[in-house]
Design a protein around this ligand. Structure first.
Ligand SMILES: [Zn+2]
Length: 389
């Protein structure tokens, strides 16, 4: 037992003296849309300042996530700016606790001052409105990565979970990468199709990042990364940051989640078919009826999600260990996807639990130097190689 306790103590010392960096959280909309005050213990979601301190989360890349399904194309730009504004206002309201960081040096200075460093970034390449001018202005406004796609294929890059329309990257998509390289904006290949990944690797002259992707050989979700891709990231000098979502981490859980999604859509389709039938077409509340039914079905199905096979902190560390084995320990890090996923695995429920990762890595006999790399230094290296000092 003494050994167990001494590992726990060593883990705490190591964790709280390390720069801990997470490269993907979708938390901003909780402020802009739900009115959550993240300076307080919100008691919901996965991030707020008290839990950020508890987890010693030094640097978070705060994603301006533009939902392609919900946000009409004409509103993509203002939605993205609304989210960035939300993050800026959060920092302005809490100047002693959190500050925007635009460089690796900013991150280190802000954390040394005892504050949380917030790096703005974008999820969904469609947010640039097919315009290099918009891309450049996003850079000026502080955005430090863009995921080339989200779940949706856009006009210049194919996603892993949508139709092939560009055979990977289009010619314009290649220009986007060259312009990101020139500016210093990190090319983020989470969510892209395998072909888009290989095209990106070919075009980029800077290290890339997968801000929230796990290993395909453990969990066969199309947005996870195959071993040859992991090795290519190593050659490129980039980093793959592991996603915590149980359906991207555990194969059994992924299959259960897929079944659940299919069943949910089938049930919703039934409701829509019913609503379209002539007998009730005159019913004035039809769109509301469908929306209400859809919400009910989704809520009921999500409640049954808790019965799916569980994944744990240890399963997440399996992904870290696998990527470290295949790509090398210099090419793996953390990309929780907190507040973008329904829940984290057991033992990794929110950002206050980050110290548990350090402890598990120590128990698996990773060296302290390697653990610091995984916790944040690898991502800092990639940030510096792109953004500059
Ligand atoms: Zn995502």
């Amino acid at each position: 037992m003494a050994t167990q306790d001494s590992i726990a103590q060593r883990a705490r010392d190591l964790h709280f003296s390390s720069l801990v960096v997470d490269t993907h959280a979708d938390t901003i909309s909780r402020m802009t849309d739900d009115g959550d005050d993240l300076a307080t213990a919100t008691g919901k979601g996965h991030l707020d300042l008290p839990r950020i301190r508890e987890g010693n989360l030094g640097v978070q890349w705060w994603s301006c996530y533009v939902a392609a399904k919900e946000i009409p194309e004409k509103n993509t730009l203002d939605r993205c700016l609304q989210l960035l504004d939300g993050l800026n206002r959060f920092c302005a309201a809490n100047p002693d606790d959190v500050e925007i960081a635009l460089t690796a040096a900013d991150c280190r200075r802000i954390v040394a001052e005892g504050k949380h460093a917030a790096v703005p970034c974008i999820e969904g390449g469609h947010a640039i409105n097919d315009s290099l001018a918009v891309l450049r202005l996003y850079w000026e406004l502080g955005m430090r990565y863009i995921t080339l796609t989200h779940f949706n294929t856009n006009n210049w890059a194919d996603a892993s979970t949508d139709a092939v329309r560009n055979n990977g990257l289009s010619l314009f998509g290649r220009d986007v990468i060259r312009e990101m390289n020139r500016l210093g904006m990190v090319v983020d290949i989470s969510h892209v199709s395998d072909k888009t990944f290989w095209d990106s690797i070919e075009v980029t002259d800077k290290p890339i990042m997968a801000s929230h992707s796990s290993a395909w050989s453990i969990c066969q979700h199309p947005r996870n990364m195959k071993d040859d891709m992991l090795r290519a990231v190593a050659t490129n000098g980039g980093v793959v940051n592991v996603n915590f979502f149980p359906a991207f981490v555990g194969e059994e859980t992924r299959l259960a989640f897929e079944r659940l999604q299919v069943e949910t859509w089938e049930e919703i389709e039934e409701v829509e078919k019913f609503a379209r039938r002539s007998a009730i077409a005159h019913y004035s509340g039809t769109p509301e009826y469908v929306a209400q039914q859809r919400a009910e079905i989704q809520a009921r199905r999500m409640a049954s999600w808790s019965e799916a096979p569980q994944t744990t902190l240890s399963d997440v560390v399996d992904h870290i260990e696998h990527i470290a084995k295949v790509a090398g320990v210099d090419h793996v890090g953390l990309g929780s996807d907190f507040d973008g996923i329904p829940g984290g695995p057991v033992g990794l429920e929110d950002c206050s639990k980050f110290p548990a990762i350090t402890e598990e890595l120590l128990r698996r006999e990773f060296s302290e130097a390697d653990i610091r790399k995984i916790l944040g230094e690898n991502t800092m290296r990639v940030m510096e190689a792109n953004v500059g000092e």
